[in-house]
Design a protein around this ligand. Sequence first.
Ligand SMILES: [Zn+2]
Length: 75
Amino acid sequence: MLTGAYALHALSDDEREEFERHLAECGSCARETAELTATAARLGMAVSRTPRPALREEVLRRVAAVRQQTPGPPP
Ligand SMILES: [Zn+2]
């Protein structure tokens, strides 16, 4: 019931403590929580590893532009 919110760290301290006590004695919630936590971690990783194509293009374009600039005279 609270497994989703728990996996996403969306519970208050009190709720979390109570839920962790429940996890200690409830195998199905413990299993569900472990799965949801793993899934959330995988999704988080996927998001940070795969930038939007437009963003990637923009970054590559800027890198190319910087490389093409010749150094100017010192100020
Ligand atoms: Zn339970």
